[in-house]
Design a protein around this ligand. Sequence first.
Ligand SMILES: Cc1cc2nc3c(=O)[nH]c(=O)nc-3n(C[C@H](O)[C@H](O)[C@H](O)COP(=O)(O)O)c2cc1C
Length: 472
Amino acid sequence: MLKMMGRLCFAHKTALAPMVRVGTLPMRLLALDYGADIVYCEELIDIKMAQCERVVNDVLETVDFVAPDERVMFRTCSKEKGRVVFQMGTADPERALVVAKLVENDVAAVDVNMGCPKEYSTKGGMGSALLSDPEKIEAILSTLVNGISKPVTCKIRILPTLEDTVNLVKRIEKTGVAAIAVHGRMKEERPRHPVHCDYIQAVAESVSIPVIANGGSSDIVKTFEDIEKFRAAAGASSVMLARAAMWNPSIFRQQGALSVEEVMEDYIRYAVRYDNNPFNTKYCLCQMLRDRVESPFGKRLHAAQTNEEICEVFGMTDFYNKTKAELEARKAALQTNGDQTETRILFTFTVFMLVSVFPRRDYPPQITPKMYLLEWSRKEKLDQPVYETEQRTQDRAFQSTVIIDNKKYRSALWEKSKKFAEQAAAIVCLRTLGLPEGRIGEEHSGLVNKRKRDDKKCAALDDSDLCRQPFI
Ligand SMILES: Cc1cc2nc3c(=O)[nH]c(=O)nc-3n(C[C@H](O)[C@H](O)[C@H](O)COP(=O)(O)O)c2cc1C
């Protein structure tokens, strides 16, 4: 019961829909300010997210998930705490769990995209490709529901027949998801096709979890009042808006929408305050300009390359300078307080990775990843790796975490023995750090040849032995 307290509830809500490139932090905060109850982030692909590092950014007061190439894939802050849903693109239950665990404490819920009809999504078995694989849907959703403490939801498109659609959502409901968002179009249908409110209604009548109606922008929802009309027409508990909110997020305002000019200025304030990627800022502003994007003003906006230049176009240079000065002052204060001098302040984090059962036959006799990690820690003059292992009751399987250099590494999979669980954790660590693991045939694997440490040989090691391999 305690676990349920404070969980995001999806009934009787209005939500900002997930939108690639549009649903970044400034847009989400703006939608919340104007009255949205829940905001979805843009779809983020599991493989990319699994490589991210969670970084607390004390200057911006955000939590960032940063890719190995330093790109911020997902940025969130306390203003949206409890209301932001992390949408994931995935076709793999275990990988989905790895990512869900990574973001679990920073988001209110995790959603799986099962509606995207774009080839880049479907060819990997993600998005709407999942709709024809209900077993996979069940595996992904139940793994997430059982694996994380936050609510899990999914967003689907409708199937060609009403019966198939209803059967699918009934199966989905059984996985324990907290809600289901239904885009009332089939995967072949485009936004210009009318939304099938009758399908959404049939779904809403057939399940007891909240159904979130989606697909009403443009033909039904043009004003705040239309949101309720769409909800009623679809017989749903909640409504999710994509395009209508992308064009003017103040559609969520009960008192009526603001002018797009005013909204764009509000957007820019958040974009500067949270150091949003300028190309993303520009993209979102261009969506709001719509057909005025070709006007002289639109062309000036298009030419801007930085948030500072975007502010110039909007006559907001004073705001830009003031905000930047405040951020610089905060950064300087953090530095004088003896904190790290970097904007990115790292802290202990846990890396999860999928390392299946320790493949003993891939290693020479008496050589193990644990030995490789130990050798490396000695060479780097770090404390020896510490292993913590837990055993689960249902199948007595083991999962280990290795702690080294203040960071934790763990395989998301469970092993039959404690010994193998520790080896799996060591492999996760070695792979994350780009170090050799000792596998037969592996390049640069000649680090350890004997079980007993040969100190003389170790002392002779140079950096080439530990050369970084691409992150996998
Ligand atoms: C720019 C844009 C990006 C989108 N990206 C996503 C996405 O990342 N995940 C998703 O589930 N749907 C995505 N969609 C689909 C919307 O969430 C929504 O299902 C669709 O636009 C219908 O809702 P609407 O009529 O309110 O626009 C996107 C739509 C747009 C216009």
